[in-house]
Design a protein around this ligand. Structure first.
Ligand SMILES: *[C@@H]1O[C@H](CO)[C@@H](O)[C@H](O)[C@H]1NC(C)=O
Ligand SMILES: *[C@@H]1O[C@H](CO)[C@@H](O)[C@H](O)[C@H]1NC(C)=O
Ligand SMILES: *[C@@H]1O[C@H](CO)[C@@H](O)[C@H](O)[C@H]1NC(C)=O
Ligand SMILES: *[C@@H]1O[C@H](CO)[C@@H](O)[C@H](O)[C@H]1NC(C)=O
Ligand SMILES: *[C@@H]1O[C@H](CO)[C@@H](O)[C@H](O)[C@H]1NC(C)=O
Length: 259
């Protein structure tokens, strides 16, 4: 019982600290960047940049399971955005991927305000989507629960850029080092009203894995606090809130250890 109480206490605090209402990720080696901003209760904007050419595409995908480059050949369930530009014609498509060999255009396209532009060997993809998708065909994943984020790039587009007929296997692959967790974003101050603290950038990376809520299930909670800037994703827009959350967690841990 005591163990459960501790878990509930920690789980509650972690839920608060998981709010990543805006943030960014950069992999300098790969020249990939991703920025996300929750713009209202059920809307999030992504700006994604990756290497590309006038014959290639790039894709960003959400997954509820950890994905490796190798596992893409097996069965997966990815909610993906495929994009490309040949300089004159471009596409940004809502697609559903069941393996690297098989992806389909979603019956319902749930992306808005899309654009893809190629410049200096980099494709910049801008799209807005619902956090909880209204998709009626089970071809989208909701972002109000933590999801893994992967990306692929440098794959050839088959057919025309106005209406691609297929996508060759890409050579570039990457995964964000943390899950994207947009739950509870309507509860935190809008990023635009928060002045980022100027000193000591705190990189917070949290993972919260919870099994089914049955008593016999097992749960684990882990947190990593890195005091200096590292090339990992950094939830931004609420630095003070983040620090407060981390303090709360530390206090909770201290209390729990004394129960
Ligand atoms: C960046 O990409 C390289 C090559 O795939 C990978 O080894 C590295 O871990 C990535 N870094 C981050 C921060 O994801
Ligand atoms: C992304 O698209 C939105 C909506 O069209 C626009 O307001 C915003 O300026 C764009 N951002 C970038 C970096 O292109
Ligand atoms: C880009 O794709 C469009 C549509 O397929 C095609 O009409 C156009 O010629 C292509 N442009 C270049 C530069 O390849
Ligand atoms: C976060 O959202 C979940 C699901 O909507 C809700 O049950 C929970 O109470 C919320 N937590 C906070 C701290 O608002
Ligand atoms: C990325 O996040 C960091 C940390 O919150 C922030 O300082 C920086 O301005 C962000 N960069 C962009 C391009 O949004």
């Amino acid at each position: 019982m005591q163990g459960l109480l501790k878990l509930f206490l920690l789980a509650g605090l972690f839920t608060i600290s998981l709010a990543q209402c805006s943030g960014n990720f950069t992999n300098e080696t790969q020249q990939v960047t991703l920025e996300w901003t929750v713009i209202d209760d059920n809307t999030v904007n992504f700006i994604y940049t990756a290497p590309s050419t006038s014959t290639q595409y790039t894709a960003l995908a959400f997954s509820n399971q950890l994905i490796s480059q190798a596992s893409l050949s097996g069965t997966v369930a990815l909610d993906a955005v495929y994009a490309g530009s040949n300089g004159t014609s471009s596409f940004v498509q809502d697609r559903w991927v069941t393996s690297i060999f098989n992806n389909m255009l979603d019956t319902e396209q749930n992306l808005e305000d899309t654009s893809a532009s190629l410049s200096n060997g980099l494709l910049t993809v801008n799209f807005t989507r619902p956090i909880i998708s209204p998709d009626n065909y089970n071809q989208d994943l909701d972002l109000n629960v933590c999801q893994y984020v992967i990306y692929v790039f440098n794959g050839a587009v088959m057919g025309s850029f106005s209406s691609p007929s297929g996508f060759n296997i890409p050579t570039g692959f990457g995964i964000l080092p943390m899950q994207l967790c947009l739950q509870n974003c309507s509860d935190v101050p809008s990023p635009s009203t928060t002045v980022p603290s100027s000193t000591g950038a705190v990189t917070v990376s949290t993972t919260f894995v919870q099994s089914s809520p049955s008593i016999s299930g097992s749960s684990s909670v882990s947190a990593t606090l890195t005091p200096t800037a590292t090339p990992t994703s950094t939830p931004s827009g609420a630095s003070a809130g983040m620090i407060a959350s981390v303090l709360l967690i530390m206090i909770a841990v201290a209390i729990v250890l004394h129960v």
